[in-house]
Design a protein around this ligand. Sequence first.
Ligand SMILES: Nc1ncnc2c1ncn2[C@@H]1O[C@H](COP(=O)(O)OP(=O)(O)OP(=O)(O)O)[C@@H](O)[C@H]1O
Ligand SMILES: [Mg+2]
Length: 384
Amino acid sequence: MIDEVARNRLLDEVTVRLAESPVTILLGARQTGKTTLARMAARQRDLVRFFDLEVAADRMALAATPEKILSEATGLVVLDEVQRVPSLFEVLRPLADRPDVPARFLLLGSASPDLVRGTSETLAGRALVLHIPGFTLEEVGLQRQNDLWLRGAFPRSFLAADEAASLRWRESFIDSFLERDIPKLGIRTPAETLRRFWNMLCHFHGQIWNASELARSLAANEKTARHYLDILAGAYMVRVLPAWHENIGKRQVKSSKVYLRDSGLLHAMLDIRTRAQLESHPRYGASWEGFALEQTLARFGDRHAWFWATQRGAELDLMVLHEGRRIGFEFKCSDAPGMTRSLGIALTDLKLDRVFVVYPGTTGYPLSDRVEVIPLSEIPTLKP
Ligand SMILES: Nc1ncnc2c1ncn2[C@@H]1O[C@H](COP(=O)(O)OP(=O)(O)OP(=O)(O)O)[C@@H](O)[C@H]1O
Ligand SMILES: [Mg+2]
């Protein structure tokens, strides 16, 4: 039995939400540790009921009189795999509206509301949502940065006994995601089609979404390619980072950028098995960019996050609005990144307050008064 990795910051986030709202929803890709986190939260409380809706008996227990059972519940009620019984959202709505709700409902799911028909809006304004990513650098410890990058952030992949076991876990995760999880969501796209799309997307990792090019390689139309993207994004496999644009008298890119969220899955699909293979792979820099991006978003949130690019080639990997300030990030996989023309343009055009060039090295250094090179290890505690 592997020891549990503490996730104190996430656990605090869960606790805060449970105190503030009758319904809290934890959403994230499969296998990121949602159930484990709910159990950690449950350990801090008494009177906990746990319904795992993947389990037939638990589904049956709620099937006949869900209103009665849930309205009489007190304490913490966990509804795991809630996407399996979307009708529960309707049941919960009036319960959450009672003046003094005697229970706290913690819902867990691995598909975004858009992907589960009929759920979006149902609990609007009544539930607080928290996204649960895989492990972060802060959780696994800075000295394990390269392992986290190579193996990715899924707990089982990261904690596997060796590289081969980690890779086997990821490959089987991909198979069961495509063959079991996707059909369970009522999506009828064949596993092989989606696998082909996903594979292709790996080669576009960190690039601007180009529906026509992907559609052409798939011999499908653009609408279909977009639909596949929505499926993978809705299941938290793919990150779609929107473009920032503003009135600066320049033509700017409006399409989003796409990334595989998990570097470990990216490597599995590109058949990158070792550190040496990663370093010599053409997607090395893009892999770093995606990995560093996810760690940065884990620190700053993804609600106010964009990339930026002009038609003439200036760009910024990430801009976040943080406490009213514009913070820029560049993710550079090189030994000693320096100032670039593109960065200078972004700084001026976007009126950035600070820019951090995030690299895999160990020492930080300034490039100008507002621009600083920092190691990724500083991201978890960065106060810009
Ligand atoms: N903090 C942790 N420390 C160690 N192992 C963990 C941790 N969190 C999760 N795991 C392991 O990762 C695997 C997946 O965890 P868990 O079942 O909690 O994820 P989940 O998000 O609920 O997955 P699913 O979406 O498939 O229900 C389990 O084997 C679990 O033991
Ligand atoms: Mg679970």
